[in-house]
Design a protein around this ligand. Sequence first.
Ligand SMILES: Cc1cc2nc3c(=O)[nH]c(=O)nc-3n(C[C@H](O)[C@H](O)[C@H](O)COP(=O)(O)OP(=O)(O)OC[C@H]3O[C@@H](n4cnc5c(N)ncnc54)[C@H](O)[C@@H]3O)c2cc1C
Length: 318
Amino acid sequence: MLDLAIIGGGPAGLTAGLYATRGGLEEVVMFEKGMPGGQITQSSEVENYPGIVDIVSGMELMQEWPKQCMRFGLKHEMAEVVRVSRPEGLCYKIELSDGSSVGAKSVIVCTGSTPRRAGFDGEEKFFGRGVSTCATCDGFFYRDKEVAVIGGGDTALEEALFLAKICSKVYLIHRRDEFRAAPSTVERVMANEKIFPVLNSVPVEVYGDEMGVSGLKVKKKESGEILDLPVPGVFVFVGSDVNNGVLKQEDGSFLCDMSEWGEVVVDLAMRTSEEGLFAAGDVRIMAPKQVVCAAGDGANAAIGAIAYVEHLKREKLC
Ligand SMILES: Cc1cc2nc3c(=O)[nH]c(=O)nc-3n(C[C@H](O)[C@H](O)[C@H](O)COP(=O)(O)OP(=O)(O)OC[C@H]3O[C@@H](n4cnc5c(N)ncnc54)[C@H](O)[C@@H]3O)c2cc1C
């Protein structure tokens, strides 16, 4: 029986592992289906992690994190978790994709979220090298330059407003003839001199070279006309999928309370509605979707898990 199972080995999971092992939990396993590091390893440039002065790639940022955790006894199992349940009593059951399962006194879910792709040519090739899904992360790289934003909902418009503070011009490309965002947000966008809505239009191809993106081709839906926008940065905001599948039970319900968008509901200590079950990072409600925030969540959740497991042990409950 594990003291703690951590699901996911991104910034949240690794930091949870560091704090849990260093804080005295003995059997702590981090289940990660790929290499540890999380989605930031797809980024070619990160410059907003505190204490890291130079611009580094996501891979460089994360490379020492696993080593630091392993030093304190965190075990990494390269395995995909398919379900976390609580079949009987207080303990959790972690089911893996190979059919095996393991028991745990406490669980921290750190499975992140996956930004959706819009599906135009070159999007995947240039992802992290000019195509981005995060204005807070990458907007600054395009200071005083022109960028394009794809999307018509609240996030796309809020991010366009954010980028307009940094960039010289923001093309806002939306496939419909009106935006789906809150009316007050639409009003702010329309009043912003730096934002140029390109409505009834879809992105068809982002292009560039090994240095990154140099332009985006956009098709006007009615006329078929192609606009060639000379932008080095393309920001895609067409929604994101929360990786909450591990919490889905056999009957289709979730193990703990979830928001209407499928994010895990937590309190300020990262506790879910189920005692001993925590969630940290991009998978939780109101996640700022930043490495530093995910790491902070992981530490916070681990501190809660330590207290919970100690209580179980004291009371001989699990
Ligand atoms: C291209 C790009 C650039 C970014 N740039 C920045 C930036 O400059 N600054 C910044 O602060 N943030 C940036 N971000 C955002 C940042 O990467 C995320 O906010 C952060 O990684 C979230 O951490 P997390 O641990 O919650 O989740 P993730 O990093 O998504 O990690 C989740 C991990 O869980 C694993 N996992 C999922 N499901 C399972 C399962 N069932 N079983 C086992 N393992 C599972 C995944 O393989 C993954 O490794 C960027 C993101 C991207 C994609």
